[in-house]
Design a protein around this ligand. Structure first.
Ligand code: C5P
Length: 233
């Protein structure tokens, strides 16, 4: 029988990759498929939670199954600002907030209203200026409601397992989150793949769990860790 250990919980999950415009036809994006975030939303709903899934850009077909789930509402967000606004709204009523989206760290300092042309650039090189985006999950953690659990993700290209855990622990503390799920990504694993391998750490500095397998299995391990963090024994 299906578990219902998340029933009564309202959760907000972000998934996919943001796209920051450069001009009307170009953007800066990333390789996030949205699969891990969508698996988290689906796992939570299957386990009884009411879910708001804030979907940035995801690969074709990734939303098909989750969009049919009666306990999942989907909100779309293209840019960092749209994602921040949608997550702030969802977090206002959520018991658990999970930021699985791949958020652009930078955006164009100026977005051109006209398509940039080779004539404008006028040579063999062009320079675009980028500025930092706000850290959405750090802001959500800062404004955390009493009893609310905030979870961040981290995609690292670190080869060394110990170094990856060290980075995860530092990042969890820096962002002020309760849990951080770190995974190694490369050109072929992690982003876009159907499997994942993660280490889950706490903001308090503990390595809580490791999980490996289908993104759905990893999602269930994340929810197990969330439940343990909310109900320590
Ligand atoms: O610092 P880094 O980008 O590695 O952190 C990843 C985590 O922070 C993810 O949970 C991601 O959704 C979140 N993030 C964010 N806002 C940003 C950049 C990342 O919420 N501007």
């Amino acid at each position: 029988p299906a578990r219902s250990d998340l029933s009564g919980l309202e959760v907000a999950v972000s998934a996919g990759g943001t796209r920051e415009p450069i001009d009307p036809v170009r953007f800066v994006g990333n390789r996030s498929s949205g699969r891990q975030g969508v698996a988290l939303a689906l796992a939570a709903a299957d386990r009884g939670a009411d879910v708001t899934l804030v979907a940035a850009h995801v690969e074709d077909g990734v939303l098909a199954e989750v969009s049919r789930h009666p306990r999942v509402r989907i909100r779309r967000a293209g840019t960092v600002d749209e994602l921040a606004a949608a997550m702030a709204e969802a977090a206002g009523v959520a018991d658990v907030v999970v930021m699985a989206a791949a958020v652009s760290d930078y955006r164009a300092a100026e977005v051109s209203e006209r398509k940039l042309s080779k004539e404008d650039a006028g040579g063999e090189e062009v320079t675009l200026r980028f500025v930092r985006t706000p850290d959405i999950v750090a802001g959500l953690a800062d404004r955390r409601r009493p009893g609310q659990t905030v979870v961040a993700f981290a995609a690292e290209t670190e080869d060394d397992a110990d170094a990856l855990v060290d980075r995860a622990l530092r990042k969890a503390a820096r962002k002020g989150v309760d849990l951080l799920v770190a995974n190694r990504v490369g050109w072929t694993a992690g982003f876009g793949a159907s499997e994942n391998a993660v280490v889950i750490v706490s903001g308090a500095g503990d390595v809580l769990a490791r999980a490996e397998g289908a993104k759905r299995e990893v999602a269930d391990s994340v929810w197990d860790a969330v439940l343990s963090a909310r109900h320590p024994r």
